[in-house]
Each structure stands twice: as C-alpha cells, then as structure tokens.
Design a protein around this ligand. Structure first.
Ligand code: B16
Ligand code: MG
Length: 219
C-alpha cells in the first residue's frame, strides 16, 4: 500500500476568515493608543503570534511599555477577539475547505492543523470540523513562531509522516517560508504575488480540484 500523506492546514485565513476579527480586536487597542493601524498593517500580523503582533503594533506607533502593561493589552485583545467568536458556526468555514477535507478523508489521508493561534481548538469545535483532524498543533504547543518550521514539524511527527510526505496549506508568507524550510510541499492560499515563495498557489480552496489532490496523494 502507498504511504499516506500528511496534509497540514493553517487555521486563520485558510480554514476560517478570522483575520477580520483579529484586526478589529487589535484596532481597538491601537486606537486607544492613538496608533494608526490599517488593513495593510494587519497583513504584517498574519501567521504571527499574539505577543509578536502586539510588539509590531507598538513599534508602528513607537510606543514603549512595561511587560505588565503589555500583558494587560494582550488579555484585553484576546477578550475582544473571543467576543467575535461567540456566535461562530460552520457558516464561517471558507469556501471549498470542507469538500477538500472530505476528499482527503475518503482517500484515507492524514490531516493535521498547524496554527499559531492559541484559540484553535474552540474554533474547530464551533465550526464543527474538529473530527477531521488526526493531530492538532497550535500556539499552545510551540515555542518558535513561523517562519520557524517547529509547528509543522511537530504536526508531521504526530501524523507519523516524514516532512517530505507532508503538504502545507498556508495564507501567510511566514507560514510558506516555514513549510519550505521544513522541506514540505507548500501550497499558498490567497494572493499568488504575495505568496510567490509557495510551490503551488490557489486563490482559495474552490480552485483546488481532485486532480491536484490526487497528484499530491500519489507523489
Ligand atoms: P491567537 P494562523 C495566527 O493563526 C493568525 O494568523 C495571527 O494573526 C494571530 O495573531 C495568531 O494566530 C495568534 O492567534 O491570538 O488566537 O493565539 O494563521 O497561524 O492559524
Ligand atoms: Mg493563517
């Protein structure tokens, strides 16, 4: 029997469009500090940990703060972010994701989550897709942020697949770099110009057909 492949999905921006909620929550903090924070600035935070995201925002406004103050803002940001997730359900899963998960399951492939978010599990539960995942590696399990490949290497290890047999779906530049460093197949989801370092690019999952999935499975 052919070896099973390990399909590793990023969460925010790949499975669900939570980037808009992260933005609103960070915007509230930035506004209270009179720091200009636009959607363009928000791109800098994609795939980046919560702690690093705050540092980036403070750097944008040249604001210095004590660790105690930063910790307060981190709690505040997460509470605000979680308030947007209260009513989250399966309607927030991005188009084309479920058919791809179904196809991989039907073909007995292994599926993992590889996300920087510490809120990943509740999101998978609320959207009703937790049971698709054979392994979940998130911000609670790693000490090094993307582009460090740690999150994807742990995911592959938990799936019992070698990095060579792993495929990563990512919407962030840092995540694509992490997949490439890990020697995994990188698939960019989003703007191909931004994600030009990816080995394959798709605007979203509706553009991923079974022939491409078969190619990855048979590789
Ligand atoms: P949390 P991903 C990342 O998730 C987001 O892209 C990033 O914007 C966020 O700051 C990070 O998770 C941490 O999220 O505050 O929920 O722990 O794209 O790696 O799934
Ligand atoms: Mg992402």
């Amino acid at each position: 029997m052919k070896k099973k492949k390990g399909f590793i999905f990023d969460l925010d921006g790949v499975i669900v469009d939570t980037a808009k909620y992260h933005y609103l929550a960070w915007k509230k903090i930035a506004d209270s500090l009179n720091i200009e924070f636009t959607h363009e600035h928000n791109e800098l935070l994609k795939g980046v940990s919560r702690v690093r995201s705050l540092d980036i925002i403070l750097e944008l406004g040249s604001v210095e703060a004590s660790q105690e103050q930063k910790d307060q803002w981190l709690v505040q940001k997460n509470e605000e972010y979680l308030s947007y997730l209260v009513d989250m359900d399966q309607s927030e899963i991005l188009p084309g994701v479920v058919p791809v998960l179904d196809y991989l399951k039907a073909n007995e492939q292994l599926i993992a989550l590889g996300s920087a978010s510490k809120n990943a599990r509740p999101i998978l539960e609320k959207t009703g897709i937790l049971s698709y995942f054979d392994a979940i590696v998130d911000g609670n399990d790693v000490s090094n942020a993307k582009p460090d490949p740690e999150v994807f290497l742990i995911a592959a290890q938990q799936l019992n697949t070698s990095p060579n047999d792993a495929i990563v779906f990512e919407d962030s530049v840092a995540g694509i770099q992490a997949a490439n460093i890990a020697n995994m197949t990188s698939v960019g989801i989003g703007d191909a110009t931004v994600l030009h370092e990816a080995q394959h690019n798709f605007k979203d999952f509706t553009f991923i057909g079974t022939s491409f999935l078969n190619e990855l499975i048979e590789k």
